[in-house]
Design a protein around this ligand. Structure first.
Ligand code: ATP
Length: 303
């Protein structure tokens, strides 16, 4: 079957949209993810990450547009064992051990990983004999990761995979995920954590109100919103004309402090000096957090 070994994108969305009543959870997404990429889907609560993932897995049908995995319908790729998923809500399976659970899932795929390898990769070798329904939240999460890996799928989709993990487990998780990605597999994970997206993805997709509002590396996203932030005390002076200063991309005022996003901080600072506005002056590089806040709206849907 050529479509399993072809060169089509691992993931392809064309104008995909999905609404729940008046809420356009996914609002016209065009997206291609190449085989072997590790991609983070970053967005606030309710931005549309889980809905995008459910369209991708064929759990929901788009109202408009189309979604394809490896050049075919998602259900076909899922049935062919090309996709492994770790979703947010999953009920533990009662009365089976972790090894039995992972073996059962592996057995449903055409070319699974050896069960011990899946357990080891997910960092839960020592939990193999434990009952899967008697684990802590973090342990259960790692079991779900092992379940997602068990079939050795070409594409693995992880919805907020580190949400319940402590710092150590989180690090161990990312080490495992990177090891899996290095085998040439495609990984898509959603997260609220900018640092995780920056550290562990080749590419970050920022989603806001169901739309992809930015697509690039962490560095590219930082640059796209203006490289530096210049802040200073207003000390009663007005904010008039700040947006017109050289280099300034945006102006934000918090209390008595102004923050200018600028793509030419030297020119901005010189112009501020000419205005006499240099009290408490500070120039910092824009962080991914700044980029994220600039790219996404702070007003919840519907307001
Ligand atoms: N089954 C549903 N019925 C009605 N509305 C829904 C449903 N699923 C999602 N929504 C709405 O669609 C929007 C996007 O939700 P989604 O769960 O995709 O966001 P998310 O980015 O995954 O959020 P979170 O980070 O909180 O998990 C939200 O406004 C949500 O309330």
């Amino acid at each position: 079957m050529t479509w399993t070994t072809g060169t089509e994108a691992a993931v392809s969305f064309k104008g995909a949209a999905k609404a729940f009543g008046a809420v356009r959870a996914v609002d016209g997404v065009d997206l291609e993810i190449a085989r072997g990429e590790t991609v983070a889907l970053l967005g606030r609560n309710g931005a549309g990450k889980s809905t995008t993932i459910s369209l991708l897995l064929g759990l929901n049908e788009p109202d408009e547009g189309s979604v394809a995995l490896f050049g075919g319908p998602p259900e076909r790729a899922v049935r062919a064992g090309q996709v492994g998923a770790m979703l947010q809500e999953a009920r533990p399976v009662p009365r089976v051990t972790v090894r039995e659970l992972v073996s059962f899932v592996a057995g449903r795929y055409p070319a699974p990983l050896p069960v011990d390898e899946a357990l080891r990769l997910a960092g839960i070798a020592e939990l193999a004999g434990r009952r899967a329904d008697r684990l802590s939240g973090g342990q259960s999460q790692r079991v779900r990761f092992a379940v997602a890996l068990a079939g050795n799928p070409a594409l693995i989709v992880l919805d907020e995979p580190t949400a319940a993990l402590d710092v150590e487990a989180r690090q161990a998780f990312w080490t495992s995920m990177r090891a899996y990605a290095r085998r040439g597999h495609t990984v898509l994970f959603s997260t609220h954590y900018l640092d995780e997206a920056d550290a562990h993805a080749d590419r970050i997709l920022v989603i806001d109100r169901g739309r992809i509002v930015a697509d690039g590396t962490g560095e590219q996203l930082k640059r796209s919103v203006g490289g530096n932030l210049v802040s200073f005390d207003l000390t009663g002076a007005g904010t008039q004309g700040l947006t017109l200063l050289p280099g300034v991309v945006s102006v934000e005022v918090r209390g008595d402090r102004a923050r200018l996003r600028t793509d030419d901080s030297d020119a901005t600072v010189l112009a501020l000096a000419r205005r006499g506005s240099i009290r408490g002056l500070e120039v910092t590089a824009a962080s991914l957090d700044d980029a994220f806040l600039a790219l996404t709206s702070s007003v919840p849907e519907g307001l």
